[in-house]
Write a protein that binds this ligand. Structure first.
Ligand SMILES: Cc1ncc(COP(=O)(O)O)c(C=O)c1O
Length: 420
């Protein structure tokens, strides 16, 4: 059986790509990619832990340089592809309306996989000047060591994006909403600039999830996820993914997947498949709760500013309405007075919400990202770009990831913890 798994397996039929295309997203989240076990008929995804698979001589792929997607060849060795990981890849592709997807050990591995596949020495990358810290640091500090030119821009200003493009620009990388300030990127606008010039566009859609935004439908070439976050949703597995055209995903797998070696483990793929089963139900509940919590915080006397794509006060509310089906589970807030003292009080007093890094879990999580510290460690913005950052984050932004608790309990928890 080929790695695609879309085959008749004796008496059991696995859904074809055409079946999947006709399904609504909620159904895809549960059933896309599911391979019925031909031996037992099991309808839960099998956890296949084998590192290698039996072959006939001449079967399988021994050269990783071909354009054909290695995932379509018989299973050979789990660094290339694995049957459980393959089911997750098909599910992610279906949710993103993409032809194909590749899963990786972490979201960072997915980002690195895109950069190291589509960029080579002498090429130019235009990157959002605010995105996940790891992506920012990889782009701005490590890629130049490999002979790449990198220009950070405020992706919400299309004129800046256009001005940054050079004849050797090969990739524009953005996030929407971006971590940590929840500024949005007009994906159609960026795609329009890139298409004209044959430049690829990648977007890290971790904050949005496919429940809110399907970037491929807007013309984006490569959609990246940290599956560690909302996609898995339970805070118990690291994972990453890139979705895109079959040809692009084949290139990433042949280059970065095989040679960078950041393969997703079958165990984590299995957990993430299980998490994605409930993606739609979770994200709708989380987004509804986030709307209630953000509305409460916005009028709380301790607050200076609340940033949430569902609030009328978000500076890009019109774009949020047109590009996001739901505003999602991430809220940013700034407090009046001593932000570090408030952070300490929240860490000590919150009983339902956890003061911690990461996001997108079933439990609500909050953390302060101090502007001065973020500038020194990561973003290094100056002048107008720093002013733009501060318009969202001020001296420091609390990043709040809403979980599955009752919104009333979250509100009560913040209310008691903010009485300083
Ligand atoms: C938007 C975004 N992209 C990528 C990553 C990296 O993901 P991972 O930790 O799975 O490598 C993160 C992690 O916080 C993130 O928030």
């Amino acid at each position: 059986m080929g790695g695609s798994g879309v085959t008749e397996t004796g008496k059991f039929t696995t859904p074809s790509l055409e079946d999947i295309r006709n399904w609504r997203p909620e159904t895809r989240a549960v059933d896309a990619g599911l391979m019925i076990d031909p031996a037992t008929g099991a309808i839960a995804p099998n956890l296949s832990t084998s590192v290698n698979n039996a072959l006939l001589p001449g079967e399988g792929a021994f050269s990783a340089d071909g354009v054909e997607d290695l995932a379509d060849l018989p299973y050979l060795y789990a660094r290339w592809t694995n049957p459980t990981v393959r089911q997750l890849e098909m599910r992610v592709a279906a949710l993103e309306n993409a032809e194909a997807a590749l899963c990786s050990a972490t979201g960072m591995a997915a980002i690195a996989g895109v950069f190291f596949t589509f960029l080579k020495a002498g090429d130019h990358l235009v990157v959002s000047d605010v995105c996940y810290a790891g992506a920012t640091e990889l782009a701005q500090r490590i890629l130049p060591d490999y002979g790449l030119e990198v220009t950070p821009v405020n992706m919400s200003r299309l004129d800046e994006v256009e001005a940054a493009i050079r004849p050797n620009t090969r990739l524009i990388h953005c996030e929407s909403p971006c971590n940590p300030i929840l500024r949005l990127t007009d994906l159609k606008g960026v795609v329009a600039l890139a298409r004209l010039r044959g430049i690829k566009v990648s977007v890290d859609s971790t904050f949005a999830t496919p429940v809110a935004t399907r970037p491929v439908d807007l013309g984006v070439d490569l959609v990246i996820h940290s599956l560690t976050k909302f996609m898995n949703g339970h805070g118990d597995a690291l994972g990453g993914a890139v979705a895109g055209s079959k040809a692009d995903i084949a290139r990433i797998r042949a280059r970065a997947g095989v040679y960078l070696g950041a393969t997703l483990s079958a165990q984590n793929a299995w957990l993430i498949l299980r998490g994605i089963d409930t993606l739609y139900a979770r994200m709708r509940m989380i987004s509804d709760s986030a709307a209630k919590v953000s509305a409460f915080l916005e009028y709380h006397p301790a607050m200076e500013r609340v940033i949430y794509p569902g609030l009328d006060s978000h500076p890009q509310k019109a774009l949020a309405d047109s590009q996001m089906d739901i505003p999602g589970g991430m809220i940013g807030f700034r407090v009046k007075g001593d932000r570090k003292a408030v952070a300490m009080a929240l860490a000590k007093r919150l009983k339902v919400v956890h003061y911690a890094f990461s996001l997108g879990h079933q439990r609500s999580i909050v953390v302060l990202l101090d502007t001065e510290e973020m500038m020194a460690s990561t973003f290094r913005l100056e002048g107008a770009a720093l002013d733009d950052y501060r318009r969202f984050a001020g001296d420091g932004i609390f990043r709040l990831s809403i979980g599955l608790e009752s919104p009333d309990d979250l509100i009560a928890d913040f209310d008691q913890a903010l009485c300083i």
